[in-house]
Design a protein around this ligand. Structure first.
Ligand code: ADP
Ligand code: MG
Length: 347
């Protein structure tokens, strides 16, 4: 089973720079999420790995086998990848079993092997007994499971998924996230999973690669990406939180920088001291607690069931978001503590 090696890949469509000098190594057996806003180049990168697009510059290798560079372009059917599309892309005139069997028939596998593999794969994705159904008699979630079965049936080492859950409602999405996690764990295959939904990426991925305007801006495990985003764009894109500027009050040491937030001293996580004496911080909701010396004025409050989501301002006017255990009204004065923040390392 190979590592996927993307080396300095650029892809232009006319004058549009869809990918700009992207390098990424995807270890075998990883579950890598390509995460970023619409138009950042996720689908283009996935289609380059699949072989549906040719890089303008750079190379792609599976292990030591180069599948695309200036001279070679291995076609999709010879790359040994399975692909799941957001739109499902099922053949409407074929029943479920025939849709799933299609890649095996194209590869001229024997009939007995096809029947056995199709049944085993339908079983694996939770569609046992539905082989005779036509796609239009299935729910959206079931159709996506058929598409997943078709990608898995060929024993491809690499499974590529392009926003596979984007068309499903929240409840089905949660169920399918578990299905993807189980499949990855049970099959040990390499998954490359495109999504604009940070919750999917954090829940599923062993590694998250965040794209912004055709470039990879951060690669890390989900905790790194959430706790220590590399740029403002990553911080804004992933999870809730607020960006605030704070005064630096001491020297950087041992990964900590002393600052003042709302008059209180906090030692925030950092990789180095900021150049200009002002710190741009990411403060996550879970770092703000009831009780303490930081005064926050409630701007708005939304009842969410388990907690009340509050947007409030510090005396300096900067805005924070956090959860509060009880309902509060706009204008209310809260006394809080801030126990954690992350200094964005960018200039
Ligand atoms: N076949 C194409 N022809 C022209 N432009 C394209 C084509 N495919 C993608 N693009 C452009 O490349 C950029 C990246 O697109 P895409 O990879 O689809 O982004 P994402 O999947 O992250 O939403 C966009 O600006 C898009 O309009
Ligand atoms: Mg896309």
């Amino acid at each position: 089973m190979p590592t996927i090696d993307i080396r300095a890949v650029t892809k232009r469509f006319g004058t549009t720079m869809a990918l700009d000098d992207v390098s990424l190594t995807i270890p075998q057996g990883a579950f890598v999420a390509l995460l970023g806003p619409s138009g950042c180049g996720k689908t283009t990168l996935l289609r380059l790995i699949a072989g549906f697009e040719e890089p303008t510059a750079g190379a792609i290798a599976f292990g030591d086998r180069v599948v695309a560079d200036g001279r070679r372009l291995v076609p999709p059917e010879h790359r040994g990848v399975g692909m799941v599309f957001q739109s499902y892309a099922l053949w409407p005139h074929m029943n479920v079993a025939d849709n799933v069997a299609y890649p095996l028939r194209s590869a001229r596998r024997p009939g007995a092997e096809i029947a056995e593999k199709v049944n085993a794969t339908l079983d694996r994705v939770g569609l046992a007994g539905l082989g005779e159904r036509m796609p239009d008699a299935l729910s959206g979630g079931q159709r996506q499971r058929v598409a997943l079965a078709r990608a898995l049936v060929q024993d491809s080492d690499i499974i590529l998924c392009d926003e596979p859950l984007a068309n499903l409602d929240a409840h089905l999405r949660a169920t399918m996230i578990s299905t993807f996690a189980d499949l990855h764990r049970d099959t040990g295959r390499t998954f490359v999973y495109v999504t604009h939904d940070h919750a999917e990426a954090l829940a599923l991925a062993t590694q998250v690669a965040v794209l912004d305007h055709g470039r990879i801006v951060q690669v890390g495990d989900p905790e790194d990406i959430y706790r220590a985003p590399a740029t403002r764009a990553v911080a804004r894109f992933i999870g809730r939180g607020a960006l605030i500027e704070a005064e630096v009050t001491g020297e950087f040491a041992d990964g900590r920088l002393p600052v003042k937030i709302g008059g209180a001293d906090v030692a925030v996580r950092a990789v180095r001291a900021p150049a200009n004496g002002r710190a741009m911080l990411l403060v996550r909701p879970e770092a703000i607690h009831p009780g303490g010396s930081v005064p926050i004025t409630v701007e708005s409050a939304l009842y969410r069931g388990a907690a009340v989501e509050v947007a409030g301002t510090l005396p300096c006017g900067q805005r924070l978001v956090f959860d509060w255990p009880e309902r509060v009204a706009p204008g209310a004065a809260l006394a809080c503590s801030v126990t954690d923040a992350w200094l964005l390392p960018e200039p």
